[in-house]
Design a protein around this ligand. Structure first.
Ligand code: DCT
Ligand code: MG
Length: 421
């Protein structure tokens, strides 16, 4: 068998030319068995990854190992499994044999072993072992609580806490987020649907334009990429006039609170204005916008688009919690309640940073990571959700659209629906 010829790709990369993604002409036939091999660029931001995944069994297995590594403070291994899974997500067909994977990037020995196991035996012993392991199960249950990260879960497990019941019995002090997370555990585990995301979008829009006419909201995160469900709903808020967005978040939150829409919220102030080192090199790319982590109370009536807008908080609660309407289809997961809890993230950006925020918050997480890696390693630029800095020119590159940012980076534009790496 001959190795795949990917020189067309590396040359284009070196020259900074946009590269054809998943180049079908370059797909080769190798060895006597005439196995079709795939050719894929190594950076996820050079690939078009739709939600049409032809290898879900393999990618689920690798994602589970990635999750296990991330929960065990092994981020390097986590990223390696995420990259391997992402390569398989971009393939045009189901993989039927490991020979097809020859020459593909990001598939290390460990990932290949897992893939071979599944292709040959129907399952990976390592994945099955991990799924069954008490430690993994406990880490999952505990980190599924909103407000609980891997570190906290780890500490609790060391104290013998493996389940929600044990946590409740333990007398551990929980912070406000964790209390809310525990209280709404079942609801927050249920995937959020697009219809629910849209219903919440209407409420947030009403809040935003009530407190600042002209302000705009955009659905970001997985739903902007076309996902049908998500673990939360993410919105980006801005105003076309620079500076008008200052102080917006507390007003939006007060409005939502006064209408009885919030079960929990925590707002973090922005920190980009006071930063001296310029916006492109924050300690983390996620933490500088004014941001509100919240849990919404979404009434069934809102989902059906029959919401009443002039309710007092009491009315809204009544509408949400005790509605006696009986005409709906499936019952909510939680008994006879007529509402559910939904995780919602709000982010406010000044218009000058909007394109960067939009690109940075649309995801997927791996696509974002790969964009930043591409910018740094191949272009000597640093990309964040605030700005793009050109290290060679020593200046920030302004952009008003995502397309412009891709152009600066020497990349072919990839629309949100193809960023599902
Ligand atoms: N993001 C990122 N890096 C992180 C966290 C988030 O780049 N460490 C970006 C990418 C996605 C966006 O923020 C929203 O984050 P999530 O809601 O966690 O991701 P999602 O793709 O919307 O996933 P889900 O559909 O499950 O909500
Ligand atoms: Mg999301």
């Amino acid at each position: 068998a001959q190795p795949l010829d990917i020189s067309w790709f590396t040359e284009s990369m070196r020259a900074g030319r946009p590269v054809e993604i998943l180049d079908r002409h370059k797909v080769q036939q190798i060895d006597e068995a005439e196995v079709v091999a795939f050719s894929v660029p190594s950076y996820a931001c050079l690939r078009r990854t739709t939600l049409d995944n032809h290898n879900p069994v393999l990618t689920d297995a690798l994602s589970l190992l990635a999750e296990n590594a991330e929960l065990s403070d092994e981020d390097g291994r986590g990223v390696a499994f995420r990259r391997a899974a992402a390569v398989l997500k971009a393939l045009p067909e189901p993989v039927t044999g490991v020979t097809q994977l020859r020459g593909l990037p990001c598939l290390g020995g460990h990932s290949l072993r897992v893939i071979r196991d599944i292709l040959e035996n129907g399952a990976s012993s390592e994945v099955e072992f991990t799924k069954q392991s008490e430690r993994f199960k406990a880490l999952k249950v505990l980190t599924d609580i909103f407000g609980v990260g891997a570190k906290t879960a780890e500490r609790w497990i060391r104290d013998g806490i493996h389940s929600l019941h044990q946590l409740q019995e333990s007398g551990q002090t929980l912070n406000r987020a964790q209390q809310a997370g525990l209280e709404h555990y079942d609801d927050l585990k249920q995937p959020v649907t697009k219809a629910e995301a849209d219903a919440i979008g209407e409420i947030v829009e009403e809040a935003v334009v009530s407190v600042l006419p002209g302000a705009q909201i955009t659905l970001i995160g997985g739903f902007r990429r076309g996902k049908l469900t998500g673990h939360d709903v993410d919105f980006l808020i801005t105003h076309p006039e620079e500076g008008r967005e200052v102080g917006l978040m507390p007003k939006v939150v007060s409005w939502l609170e006064s209408q009885g829409f919030l079960l929990y919220q925590k707002t973090t102030r922005n920190s980009y204005l006071e930063a001296k080192d310029g916006p492109a090199r924050p300690a983390s790319n996620m933490d500088r916008f004014e941001r509100c982590f919240s849990i919404f109370k979404l009434a069934d009536a809102e989902k059906r688009g029959t919401k009443q807008t002039e309710n007092t908080p009491e009315d809204t609660c009544r509408l949400a919690a005790h509605s006696q309407v009986t005409d709906e289809g499936p019952k909510p997961a939680s008994g006879h309640r007529r509402w559910r809890a939904v995780r919602v993230d709000l982010v406010v950006s000044p218009i000058s940073q909007f394109a960067f925020a939009l690109l940075g918050w649309t995801g997927s997480k791996l696509f974002e990571r790969e964009l930043r890696r591409w910018a740094g390693h191949e272009k000597a630029m640093s990309l964040s959700s605030h700005a793009l800095y050109d290290n060679k020119q020593g200046r920030y590159l302004k952009a008003t659209s995502e397309e412009e940012i891709f152009t600066y980076l020497g990349l072919e534009y990839i629309p949100p629906s193809e960023r599902n790496a």
